[in-house]
Design a protein around this ligand. Structure first.
Ligand code: 4H7
Length: 225
């Protein structure tokens, strides 16, 4: 059982992934739990503001400390949770980080928006993660990527037919090409070896294709092996 708490101004954005068949089933089976917290509710200001203009001047708004701090501290056992800030400045998210996180039992994800955070929010957390070198309007999509990728590593979340035995990245290789019926689609046929019935040859072909594809597209993964 892994527990996710997510601090966000847009909790409805998560409806999609939580209603998806695999995560929905995982929640129903008590394998994961996801709680959403709108930290706007913790604003003590009359208009429920959670941001203000930056000290020193300049354009844009900055998320302020108090609502995020109070929301964080309203979460039971927050002191023992692994607290993560989603920002473009964090350590790069990879399958290895997903594996590392899948061993935790309580993860708190903090999603920022606007022009960024008050720097002091960094002192509330244990970890800062970026899902890649591009800019998003908020940390919600990174948080969803983490919830999804970590959840599918929890034993029992995926059923046998939902996990490829040679999942990309599990062995730092890209998946080999795959085919299904029809055998001939507009003159494009399936490699003969796959219909040969020779499982030794099929395994060999798949390993070679996997390696070939990784060399062509992601040679950097082979350095990790
Ligand atoms: C925290 C701080 C994560 C969150 C700043 C978040 C990309 C990623 C955000 C910002 C994110 C990622 C606010 C910085 C808007 C950029 C123009 C939300 N973007 N933003 N600024 N790669 N954006 O994981």
């Amino acid at each position: 059982m892994i527990n996710f708490d997510c601090l966000t101004l847009f909790p409805e954005m998560f409806n999609g992934i939580l209603e998806d068949s695999i995560l929905k089933r995982a929640i129903e089976n008590n394998l994961i739990e996801v709680k959403l917290h709108n930290f706007r509710e913790f604003s003590t200001l009359k208009h429920k503001n959670v941001d203000d203009s930056p000290y020193g001047g300049g354009a844009g708004m900055v998320l302020m400390c108090p609502p995020i701090y109070d929301c964080l501290h309203s979460i039971e056992n927050n002191e023992n949770a692994h607290k993560i800030l989603l920002t473009p400045q964090g350590r790069k998210y990879t399958q290895d980080v997903a594996k590392e996180l899948s061993k935790k039992d309580h993860i708190i994800l903090i999603c920022g928006h606007y022009e960024g955070f008050d720097e002091r929010i960094r002192s509330f957390v244990d970890d800062e993660i970026s899902v890649g070198d591009y800019i998003l309007t908020g940390g919600e999509i990174p948080a969803m990527a983490i919830i999804d990728s970590v959840s599918r590593l929890i034993p029992g979340v995926l059923h046998n037919d939902e996990s490829a035995p040679t999942d990309s990245f599990e062995n730092n290789l890209l998946e080999c090409p795959q085919y299904t019926k029809p055998f001939d689609f507009m003159g494009m046929t399936v490699p003969e070896v796959l219909v040969s019935g020779n499982h030794q040859e099929i395994d060999k072909w798949r390993k070679e294709e996997s390696l070939k594809r990784t060399k062509e597209r992601r040679n950097d993964l082979l350095d990790k092996k």
